[in-house]
Design a protein around this ligand. Sequence first.
Ligand code: ATP
Ligand code: MG
Length: 578
Amino acid sequence: AAPSGAGVLAGLDPDQRAAAEVPAGPLLIVAGPGTGKTRTVTHRLAHLVLERGVPAEQCLAITFTRRAAEEMTERLHALIGEPARQLTVATFHSFGLQVLREHHEALGLGADFGLADPARQHELLTAITGDERSARRLRQQLSPARRGGDSDPDTTAALKKYLAALREQNLVDFDDLVVLAVQLLTDHPDIAEQYRQRYRWITVDEYQDVDELQYRLLRLLAPAEANLTAIGDPDQAIYSFRGADVGFFLRFEQDYPTAPVLALTRNYRSGAHILNGAVRAIAPSTLVADRQLHAASGLPANRIVRHQAADERDEAAFVARTIDQLLGGASFHSLDSGRVDGDGPGSIGFNDIAVLYRTDAQSQPILDELVRCGLPVQKRSHDRLSARPGVELLVRELQHVGDRDGSVLDRLRSAAAVLLGSVPEDLRPDVHSAVELVTPLALRCGDDVARFCREIMLGAEVDTLDPRAEAISLLTLHAAKGLEFPVVFVIGCEDGLLPLRWPGSQPTDDDIAEERRLFFVGMTRAQEHLFLTHAARRTVHGSPQQRTRSPFLADLGPAVTDTRTAPRRPRPAQLTLL
Ligand code: ATP
Ligand code: MG
């Protein structure tokens, strides 16, 4: 790599730059958390467009979530300016929608086909099964059945009826976006060829979490010699419950035999103790032989704090108290060195803090306690906005409200006013909360109503607060993928939660390995401070239980410091060294 006039790649280290500069052909980048995979792939695209003369419209960047797509678009815009608009940054589903739009006729869909929201799906399923319970059960089986999993004859028959009912109403569902795109490109090689000509440069971030349909779509778009860059970390594969299969990552070299396989080994995110602890935690299940991963210099090296609380309320109190100390800056002592962390008061803000958990149910005690302490909290979820009551109605109304001018927000308000005048009284609160839920997205979409509607259709996620708001983030471990925070709490590090155990069923070895990867993802979100908490007792489904700590906490080595809440000392609770 020529260091001269590094241009758009100036912000990369030599390994990252080498990866970004690989010329045409397939390429696999395998690298651990925080090594700059997302950064490298973004810069690679910028480099191709700005410095290699690749037309931006020939680039297709696939990301895992809409939020990640938005972020990549923003970064690209900052790097290359206007041409960023010509580049397609999509999730598999939004790309599928584009394909369906462009070729709806070949699929027998009307030009104005719509996306069935969950309420509509439920309606259709209830009509087919005759009762709500069976409808809900069938709903659970839809996606696995469409992925081609084994399903009983009844499910197969019901699925067939469901699809017929959807089509009759000129609707597709979320799964259809990829299913139908694959079907189209398989049945029409000429159309597939058009897309291959159009998107000559494809990148896929988080490749370890592709599922079979996504994989098939990708194979159709990118044959063996294509310019496909896949980037990911097998040890962060955490979506097998949704059909993802890390096997596709592992066979990339067979599928694309000419692909160079490059590694990135410097972690720019986490302090050395955090990184070393995380590497030890994943070791028993690692899918990466001879993982090389070391912390870049210059990051604060606080030890991981492993804290035992009495119960979930005490755990919440610990989180609140620790946050308070961190925000106070000077009062927080690094337990091993006695050193005062941070640059004094003000160095850590609410935005820098995340509380991660395995199950959504764990968020309530934390939320209550943080709110009680007057701390601003934002719960991020993976829920789709369109699944929330009222949202779909609002979007449909929005498309019909007469006034075509004005910001999305203005039009949203008019649509809400119309809607409030026409829905039964008991639905009005839904309309109000729907407006509140979509407002952050409306603000991001400015004057572009079409974009706003599209984002919602494509599964824009619920963000209860403005992402720029100063608030502590609460989110599941799954939702934390790809993100980073200076301060991270992983709560509920107990057997039964990590690994998660469903009542009445034993996790398989594969399940446990995936849970361990999830824990690894959680730990590696942390930049400066990582707290792993567990409780000795916890109320689960209404009954108090004795808990043992997570087996994943076992071998963190010297990276960890233990604390526990002093027993039977109601107030003020303190940190005590074991
Ligand atoms: P994950 O596996 O969690 O998705 P990743 O490999 O995609 O992580 P990034 O999110 O791209 O990693 O980068 C992690 C952090 O390190 C980011 O804050 C990024 O800006 C920073 N970073 C990456 N490369 C460099 C670099 N060469 N110099 C400085 N900072 C860097
Ligand atoms: Mg990433």
